[in-house]
Design a protein around this ligand. Structure first.
Ligand code: MEV
Length: 318
């Protein structure tokens, strides 16, 4: 493969939903934070011939890509068509440290990085509205009925209070606290989990609708507690949200075990994050030492990987 002179790239990072996942699909609010410890990059090089992809899921012609990355392929064609550019003569390299299907926004981040790379490659300015429009093409294919939250937060440097089709308020978190994020190592399936919750909400004999409303109320309480820097009560709210999510059938044994472990070892609160049924959980603690200890305990309880994310730029322990 002869690489010609043109080269361009696009990046995006992961996300953590603090509270409000699933409820956000049903028009309740959610709060999410950018998670820059994991990220993704798409590099586009000009070549002669058919466009090819080099990624974890496919190496070869984009035309031969498997359906598992149809979201990426369709987004690629949609952007090229919008920009009135040929779909040949490119080599796309996709690298990512965001674990896939773990509730960290991997699919939205790859789509965001791809759209940014294509606009860079074709020297065209990309507005937030256009980025959102193209990433939602990808997210609809990946997850069926996305709220749009992931698309917003993986391209932003700030936390977000989000209501579908209505509100996207950005803010900086400055809390004397840390999130410990633990990966169960098990892939979730956001599309399947969203469908299952949707069925509960539609079923008038279940309490699905009530649970969604309660999650919305908890999210609004969490927002106030963040403003007031009340981390103790914020932790309690996160644990209550976990109970509602479990009642909505999106927790599982591995997540429950990590949540129980976190609480037994002094977490202020703990819950799953993202689509659930696998993927990651978060535990809120108030010092860096406790975060380090929590990470160890979660690994002992079966977590495959942990991350520590300060909610206040590391300055609170000093
Ligand atoms: C997935 O990261 C979050 C969900 O609320 C789905 C969505 O918001 O599209 C489960």
């Amino acid at each position: 493969m002869e690489v010609l002179s043109n080269i361009a790239s696009g990046k995006a990072h992961g996300k953590i939903i603090l509270i409000g996942e699933h409820a956000v699909v049903h028009n309740e609010p959610a709060i999410a934070i950018p998670f820059t410890s994991v990220n993704t990059e798409v590099v586009i090089e000009k070549i002669n011939g058919d466009t090819t992809i080099d990624s974890m899921y496919h190496q070869g012609r984009i035309a031969d890509a498997p359906t598992s990355i149809r979201n990426i392929v369709e987004t690629f064609y949609a952007v090229c068509s919008y920009l009135k550019q040929p779909t040949e003569n490119m080599h796309l390299t996709i690298t990512s440290t965001i674990p896939a299907e773990r509730g960290m926004g991997s699919s939205a981040a790859v789509a965001t990085a791809l759209v940014r790379a294509l606009f860079n490659f074709f020297n065209t300015e990309l507005t937030d509205a256009l980025l959102n429009q193209f990433v939602s093409i990808s997210e609809k294919i990946a997850h069926g009925n996305p709220s749009g939250l992931d698309a917003k937060v993986v391209s932003s440097g700030q936390s977000i209070y989000f209501i579908k089709d209505k509100t996207a308020e950005f803010f900086h978190t400055d809390l004397p606290a840390y999130l410990v994020i633990a990966d169960t190592g098990v892939e979730g399936d956001t599309g399947e989990a969203v469908t299952a919750v949707g069925q509960l909400v539609a079923d008038s004999t279940s309490n699905g609708k009530t649970l969604i409303k309660e999650l919305g109320r908890l999210t609004n309480k969490a927002r106030k507690l963040i403003e007031e820097k009340q981390v103790q009560t914020l932790g309690e709210i996160l644990s209550l949200a976990q109970e509602k999510l479990a009642a909505l059938s999106v927790s599982n044994d591995k997540l429950d075990r990590l949540v129980t472990t976190a609480k037994a070892h002094g977490a202020l609160g703990a819950k799953l994050t993202g689509g659930g049924r696998g993927g990651c959980m978060i535990a809120l603690v108030d010092t860096n030492d406790k975060a380090l200890e929590m990470a160890l305990q979660l690994i002992k309880a079966g977590a495959k990987k942990t991350w520590i994310h300060p909610l206040g730029e590391n300055k609170h322990d000093k």
